[in-house]
Write a protein that binds this ligand. Structure first.
Ligand code: NAD
Length: 475
């Protein structure tokens, strides 16, 4: 298990020699002590990335593509051990961890294919005076900051396009889950990534280390995935040096079920949209809006499925829902549910935190949730489905859009025209139409409103790491 910083192709201790604990969420036990990168280490990582930049940018796209393809193959070969590591430090069920490794590796495969497609254009100025040549060039040194909920996929979704574009990076993983990021650094080195192109800097004091990097004028890009609260802070810091930013922030996804929907299909979709990753996903369905005539049937069927889920340590085969990542997360879920129950909601299943060790919360379905309950305003980030009823399209759209977030929305109806109408009317970067899963490396992932700026995945994901340079040519 790698536990040191990875800078300039070398495994090193923190300059302060400090380490911090990584904890197994199933038991609260310490599983590793990881080097705690500080400001001096952060600057050393920027130095390494800046030094490696010109060489990597000049490396033929085909070669960069082949390195990424090799990283995809290595991740796939080692998916079993990577999944165990993810499950151990994040707590998620192995089945989810295996799904994450597949998803994460796909970003390397997709961007291996995209690396050779950073095409430019040539055209004529309307005046006829000159030609307009547009070339695409790597942005430069990128700081990548990732959350704990998908420790592998949130990293590959940034490293893949950055490397494909010819950028060099410093990855600052979440301090709850640094081990997966370090394991991936080893894979990338083995795949042939030159020294300094990828640096990984675990740090317990993220504010200081990320702040130091953003103040360094060699850093040209920040790609952040995490909460809207921290994203807002980092946007302000990035403004100082006018650093290019991509922001993948929080969500509060509506899951809308019309009376004409196939209710069983909607329940299947709800189980994925809600329970993928134990509910710890930015794409997690957070608010269920179900049209009156099918509300009772939907709540009953969803509750039966939720109640049957096997909860236990993520690393046990057979577990379907692991513990949440830490005490703060489970305490927040508990308080949101208590607030809803105090306001008059009913727990059809679940609804109370169990006694005993570990950060467990049971799969929960709430009905009759009052419109002003905080659980409908805030990201739950746990296995809880609050259900509210509605009547008609206009009310569905009003409820769905009544949030400052705009990441994803799910819509179930058998009327395709209605589905497309609602799909266009909801304020979200992504829509699942009769589908509970939207994430796909080949598609542009991202949000509107306070869910973020920019897209990851698809061809758009590559463009986030490229600048368009225009050369006016006399000929
Ligand atoms: P977080 O915002 O607390 O932390 C994210 C990252 O930022 C971590 O690496 C953390 O160490 C770092 N960080 C925290 N404070 C910082 C500071 N002051 N300066 C610099 N870095 C700092 O988020 P989290 O709890 O790790 O993750 C959950 C959040 O991430 C949820 O809001 C979720 O919706 C969001 N998320 C969004 C997406 C997306 O694609 N939109 C994907 C996954 C998770």
């Amino acid at each position: 298990m790698k536990t040191d910083l990875f800078i300039a192709g070398k495994w090193t201790e923190a300059s302060s020699k400090e380490r911090f604990d990584v904890v197994d969420p199933a038991t609260g036990d310490v599983i590793a002590e990881v080097a705690n990168g500080g400001e001096a280490d952060a600057i050393a990582a920027v130095e390494a990335a800046a030094a490696a930049g010109p060489g990597w940018a000049a490396t033929p796209a085909r070669v960069r593509s082949e390195v990424l393809r090799k990283a995809f193959e290595l991740m796939t070969e080692r998916s079993g051990e990577l999944a165990k590591l993810i499950s151990l430090e994040n707590g998620k069920a192995l089945v989810d961890a295996k799904g994450e490794v597949t998803y994460a590796a796909e970003f390397f495969r997709w961007f291996a294919e995209e690396a050779v497609r950073a095409e430019g254009t040539i055209g004529s100025a309307p005046s006829g005076a000159n030609r307009i040549l547009v070339v695409r060039q790597p942005v430069g040194v990128c700081v990548l900051v990732t959350p704990w909920n998908f420790p592998a996929a949130m990293a590959t979704r940034k490293i893949g396009p950055a490397l494909a574009a010819g950028c060099t990076v410093i990855l600052k993983p979440a301090s709850d889950t640094p081990l997966t990021a370090l394991a991936m650094a080893a894979i990338l080195a083995e795949a042939g990534v030159p020294d300094g192109v990828v640096n990984v800097l675990p740090s317990r004091s993220s504010g200081k280390t990320v702040g130091a990097m953003l103040r360094d004028p060699r850093v040209r890009k920040l790609s952040f995935t995490g909460s809207t609260e921290v994203g807002r802070l980092l946007l302000a810091q990035a403004a100082e040096n006018v650093v290019n930013t991509s922001m993948e922030l929080g969500g509060n996804a509506p899951f809308v079920v019309f009376a004409d929907a196939d209710v069983d299909a909607a329940v299947d979709g709800a189980m994925i949209a809600k329970m993928r990753n134990g509910g710890e996903a930015c794409t997690a369905a957070n608010r269920f809006f179900v049209e009156e005539p099918v509300a009772e049937e939907f709540a009953r069927k969803l509750s039966q499925r939720m109640a049957a889920l096997v909860v236990g340590p993520g690393t046990d085969e057979g577990t379907q829902v692991g513990p949440l990542v830490n005490e703060d997360t489970v305490a927040k879920v508990d308080s949101l549910v208590k607030g809803a129950l105090d306001g008059g909601a009913e727990a059809v299943t679940g609804g109370a935190r169990p006694d005993g060790p570990g950060f467990y919360y049971p799969p929960t379905v709430l009905t009759g949730v009052p419109a002003d309950a905080p659980i409908l305003r805030e990201e739950i980030f746990g296995p809880v489905a609050p259900i509210v009823t509605f009547t008609g399209e206009a009310e569905a759209v009003r409820l769905a859009n009544d949030t400052e977030y705009g990441l994803v929305a799910y819509v179930y109806t058998q009327d395709l025209a209605r589905g497309l109408r609602i799909g266009e009317a909801v304020e979200a970067g992504m829509v699942g139409l009769n589908r509970g899963l939207v994430s796909d490396p080949a598609a542009p992932f991202g949000g509107v409103k306070q869910s973020g700026i920019g897209r990851e995945g698809g061809h758009e994901g590559l463009l986030e790491y490229l600048e368009s340079k225009y050369i006016a040519v006399n000929w």
